[in-house]
Write a protein that binds this ligand. Structure first.
Ligand SMILES: NC(=O)c1ccc[n+]([C@@H]2O[C@H](COP(=O)([O-])OP(=O)(O)OC[C@H]3O[C@@H](n4cnc5c(N)ncnc54)[C@H](OP(=O)(O)O)[C@@H]3O)[C@@H](O)[C@H]2O)c1
Length: 411
């Protein structure tokens, strides 16, 4: 019997701290408090002093919230931590730099795991190396439980549920469209992006993985979806101009993996794409072109180490991120359109909204609820390197709407 339901590893980091604050608010600090006394959780990281300071700030004592020290460079410390819990919730990134041994140990020990990874090439590596072990031992390893990619992955799940309930069929195509969002970036996210670019420079094979629309599918799969669109285009369904959405390279891969893990319920010809909407008319066209050119320029410029070093001076440092006020003032709104296979009048439109900034305020809640869902909701999903929708589906949808300020509704 594990000592804890959930351990938040990396609780002293910018996002990890928000997850710990959220769990403290929801369930009290440690065992036996808050609104739901069933939950026992605690904090872990590499620095005992920082963890003790955080514990004091959360208003907890040592008994209620024992701090656990585990460093990514010490596999024994990771194993000791993993053996004490039902779920490890990791906010230690860059994941490609610090996260591999933890995934391996969770797979070996049969312990569930969730994180905020957006590094597709690393997730591919984890699938190749640990899928079989995690499956055998029943460990659900769930990457990308934040803004990327829960609104996309659960958004598709929700659209298809409504389509099937209403019309008895599934949409063959779902379009995700980012409508509006407000938020900032943390040092850990900037660090993860920089680290990914450095890795790509050392191993050009990584670029091929990231460009593959089916990079996370089991085996060498192909489908109807091509590379993510980088161009401005007019979206006939939304009657407005659109440009590339910056998270599409992660989200679309996860959605396609979910579909494969579920056994292709929407058909082998299912298509999924993401874009950001601007407006109709000349202003919308200009904005879409600017988004498209900005995205292309950023991709090209960051391939040069000298430009990366220059950029590194202006982005937040690890541990930093948007202020409390900025997180509270933040929000996101996206729409997903499920296209009926035969009748456009039966298309299903869904809104997904968050009442905090997407990257941190809402993300911390999505990650916290994912960890609680894995620990407490009696899911019967199998072990493996899985996805939010494939492993948690409706249970997580309900948690997010009920507690996390992330809602899914018919538009
Ligand atoms: N997908 C999404 O939507 C999303 C959103 C937000 C963040 N993220 C990702 O989440 C990750 C964390 O971001 P962040 O801004 O919170 O980063 P951060 O503030 O830099 O925090 C990193 C955490 O990792 C810990 N750490 C570093 N090296 C370690 C090691 N060797 N062993 C154990 N712990 C170690 C740090 O400990 P110390 O405190 O002791 O330094 C800190 O707790 C990043 O990869 C970021 O890209 C994703």
């Amino acid at each position: 019997m594990a000592d804890f339901d959930v351990i938040v590893w990396g609780a002293t980091g910018f996002t990890g701290r928000l997850v710990a604050e959220y769990l403290a608010e929801r369930h009290g600090p440690g065992e036996g408090g808050g609104t739901d006394a069933r939950v026992s959780w605690t904090i872990a990281g590499r620095n005992a002093k920082k963890l003790e300071t955080l514990r004091a700030e959360l208003g907890a004592t040592g008994d209620a919230l024992p701090v656990l020290v585990a460093n990514s460079s010490d596999v024994d410390s990771l194993r000791e931590m993993v053996r004490r819990t039902r779920v490890v919730c990791s906010a230690v990134g860059p994941y490609a730099k610090y996260g591999s041994d933890l995934v391996r140990v969770c797979a070996e020990e049969g312990v569930d795991y969730c994180d905020l990874a957006g590094e597709v090439h690393w997730m591919r590596r984890m699938i190749d190396e640990h899928e079989a072990t995690a499956g055998t031992n029943g460990a659900r390893i769930v990457h990308s439980c934040g803004f990327d990619c829960i609104p996309s992955d659960l958004g598709v799940h929700y659209v298809q549920r409504v389509m099937h309930e209403r019309h008895g069929v599934y949409a063959r195509e779902v379009k995700f469209r980012a409508l509006d969002f407000k938020g900032g970036m943390s040092g850990g996210t900037a660090d993860s992006m920089m680290y990914m670019l450095e890795e790509t420079e050392r191993d050009p094979g990584i670029r091929r993985v990231m460009q593959n629309p089916y990079a996370l599918n089991p085996g060498e799969e192909k489908g109807l979806d091509g590379p993510d669109s980088q161009a401005a285009f007019y979206d006939e369904d939304f009657h407005t101009w659109a440009g590339p959405f910056m998270m599409a390279g992660i989200n679309t891969r996860v959605v396609r993996r979910t579909h494969a893990l579920l056994g292709y319920p929407y058909g082998r010809d299912f298509r999924y794409g993401e874009a950001m909407l601007t407006k109709d008319g000349p202003v919308g066209f200009t904005s879409a072109v600017v988004v498209s050119m900005g995205s292309a320029a950023m991709t090209t410029m960051t391939t040069f180490p000298s430009i990366r070093h220059l950029l590194a001076r202006f982005v937040p440092k690890p541990g930093d991120g948007p202020s409390h006020a900025a997180r509270e003032a933040g929000y996101f709104k996206v729409a997903l359109l499920g296209k009926h296979p035969e009748d456009a009048d039966k298309d299903v439109l869904v809104d997904v909204q968050g009442d905090r900034d997407p990257g941190y305020g809402s993300t911390a809640r999505m990650l916290g609820e994912s960890a609680l869902c894995l620990a407490l909701d009696g899911l019967n999903s199998p072990g493996g390197i899985t996805t939010p929708a494939a492993s948690m589906g409706d249970a997580l949808l309900a948690r997010l709407s009920d507690h996390a300020g992330v809602t899914f509704s018919e538009g």
